[in-house]
Design a protein around this ligand. Structure first.
Ligand SMILES: Nc1nc2c(ncn2[C@@H]2O[C@H](COP(=O)(O)OP(=O)(O)OP(=O)(O)O)[C@@H](O)[C@H]2O)c(=O)[nH]1
Ligand SMILES: [Mg+2]
Length: 268
């Protein structure tokens, strides 16, 4: 990825709008050097719109712009992305002009952690499904770029960043949103920590959805989810295992509401 980055004038970093801190990879900050960066907060349709605005304000800077997008459905995403990239690379083109060089198309590389929406974004920009090119060892592979008009080229191979699990909560949030496989952590632990966080940031939300007492134990909360969705074991007791699986599915689909698990003031 570092090798591909050398050919790029800027970077498009995709993060999950529900976990803008946990879905970043700090190594990118070092790799990126002086290049401008466009951060796309993907899955904005599933995140809390107010929190997303707070995150945008926090992350924006002179060399860094932020767009919150529903990459899967928003047909205006392509234009928004191209416009933001052209604005960020304007100083570079000006520099070329002042040196008497005719500005060429700017090159952007897409990076992000697994499942953040990299392929969805590239396909949206390309307007079609870009065929995956195979990476054969020993064969020098020329980079392949998607041309967005005459002004912007986007590398068709995204850079996969591994998320950094600097703490337990980060790992849990990554599992809850589907960025890492949930089997690396205990299922009840993932749901327990996620439920605690939702109760903290959105009090009353889960009480309304599942009739749970938000002060009760994790076990009791899962029991309430099972009861409210009529998930029972053979002995007629609430099935907490299935309740945990169902809760995660409902959270990921946004069925419990548009929720953001991290506040910008916590870190960053
Ligand atoms: N609701 C919603 N779903 C999205 C959005 N962006 C991507 N998705 C979905 O998220 C899933 C993962 O998207 P991909 O584009 O495959 O993510 P990726 O970063 O290429 O993932 P890897 O190739 O596994 O690293 C897919 O099911 C997409 O449809 C979005 O903005 N909103
Ligand atoms: Mg992909």
């Amino acid at each position: 990825m570092a090798e591909h980055l050398k050919a790029a004038d800027m970077v498009i970093e995709i993060r999950d709008a529900r976990i803008p801190q946990a879905s970043k990879n700090p190594v990118l900050d070092q790799l990126i050097g002086e290049r401008p960066r466009l951060i796309i907060l993907s899955k904005a349709d599933l995140a809390d719109p107010e929190k997303t605005q707070e995150w945008i304000r926090t992350l924006k800077s002179a060399s860094q712009d932020v767009l919150a997008l529903d990459l899967a459905h928003d047909t205006s995403a392509k234009k928004q992305i191209i416009d933001a990239c052209m604005k960020l690379t304007e100083p570079k083109r000006q520099k070329m002009i002042s040196r008497g060089i005719r500005p060429r198309a700017m090159r952007a590389m897409v990076c992000g952690i697994p499942n953040s929406g990299k392929s969805t974004m590239i396909n949206r920009i390309a307007g079609k499904t870009v065929a995956k090119t195979e990476d054969k060892p020993g064969v020098t592979r020329s980079l392949s770029w998607i041309h967005c008009g005459k002004t912007l080229d986007i590398l068709d191979t995204p850079g996969v960043l591994w998320p950094k699990f600097d703490d337990h909560k980060t790992a849990v949030f990554l599992a809850a949103t589907g960025a890492i496989k949930e089997d690396i952590l205990d299922l009840k632990e993932i749901t327990g920590v996620t439920i605690d966080q939702i109760c903290l940031l959105y009090p009353g939300n889960l009480e309304k959805e599942y009739g749970m007492d938000e002060q009760s134990s994790r076990e009791d909360k899962l029991g309430k989810i099972a009861e409210s969705r009529n998930l029972r074991k053979e002995n007629d007791l609430p099935d907490e295992e299935r309740a945990a699986i169902l809760f995660l599915r409902e959270f990921r689909r946004g069925k419990i509401g548009r929720l953001t698990l991290e506040n910008p003031d916590e870190k960053e």
